[in-house]
Design a protein around this ligand. Structure first.
Ligand code: NAD
Length: 273
């Protein structure tokens, strides 16, 4: 069963499941992306800082899937924040991708210490008006950053991509997203395997006949989140795609909710950058 799609607040939609390409070697990114598209992925999550945008673009072109069925995300890196720098950075990303336009461009981190995310956002608004990016959003933003962005510019991001996994469930930020009409997208959704052996994950895996990774990814899907696991092997990509057409029980969802301990795998958005 193909991945569902989530509605964005600007009228477009995004596949609920995608492939993340962070740490995929540049030389093999084209093959990894083309393989995923062949298996049924339709969302590819990239970023300028991943250093593999050329491969991502080549993989999209090498696949048999029409370009208009594929959703490509890129992100503006911290050093490129600011109005003019962002305009240049997105043009450079498009050139590396070999694309006229991407479906989504995100501010990668808020970097509060530099305080340039408002001007960065204004540049993304312009790029959207010019048709270089179809939708615009953010990543690693906390409530205060989201609220300031909207207060100052009146433009609500379509999505906030944040670290989210069973050990870091982000309930408060998810509730704010829901109130603001922002899709939550989970990065490091598998949480570096920290919950694979946890009793609620193991129990659901036994009942459903699925793997711990599938149980965790299905948990994201059932919470209504978009999720972008990374796998380079065909078997792993296929495993992570098999999340639709089966369900976790309410009591299994409730048991997984108890695993939250508010601990991050990645950096703190308040100080990073
Ligand atoms: P992930 O949670 O997707 O985990 C990847 C690791 O899990 C890899 O080692 C992979 O081999 C393994 N894995 C994948 N599928 C598995 C399976 N079915 N069973 C067992 N192991 C499996 O972590 P990630 O790559 O850190 O995050 C996913 C994507 O999120 C990234 O590729 C990137 O696109 C995005 N991301 C964004 C940010 C951000 O700041 N916006 C930060 C980190 C990652």
């Amino acid at each position: 069963m193909p991945p569902a799609r989530l509605r964005l607040n600007d009228g477009h939609s995004i596949p609920q499941l995608g492939l993340g390409v962070w740490q995929v070697p540049a030389a093999s990114t084209a093959a990894t992306v083309a393989q995923a598209l062949g298996l049924g992925y339709r969302l590819i999550d990239g970023a300028a800082i991943y250093g593999n945008e050329e491969g991502l673009g080549a993989g999209v072109r090498d696949s048999d899937v029409p370009r208009d069925e594929i959703f490509v995300t890129t992100k503006v890196w911290n050093d490129d924040q600011g109005y003019d720098a962002t305009l240049r950075a997105v043009e450079a990303s498009l050139a590396r991708l070999g694309m006229e336009r991407v479906e989504l461009c995100l501010i990668h981190w808020p970097v509060p210490a530099k305080d340039r995310y408002l001007d960065t956002w204004r540049a993304l608004i312009r790029l959207r008006e010019e048709g270089r990016v179809r939708s615009i959003g953010v990543s690693n933003f906390m409530g205060q950053h989201l609220e300031r962005l909207v207060q100052e510019t009146g433009v609500v991001p379509v999505l906030n991509q944040i670290e989210l996994n069973p050990r870091l469930q982000q309930a408060e930020l998810r509730a704010l997203h829901d109130r603001m009409g922002i899709v939550t997208q989970s990065w490091t959704p598998l949480g570096q395997g920290r919950s694979f052996d946890a009793a609620p994950i193991q129990a659901a895996a036994v009942r459903t006949g699925k793997t711990p990774a599938q149980v965790i990814l299905r948990w994201h899907v059932q919470l209504g989140l978009s999720v972008i696991p990374r796998s380079t092997r065909a078997e792993g990509q296929a495993e992570n795609l098999d999340l639709f057409g089966w369900e976790l029980l309410p009591e299994e969802m409730a048991a997984i909710a108890t695993l939250d301990e508010g601990s991050r795998c990645g950096p703190d958005p308040l100080t990073f950058g």
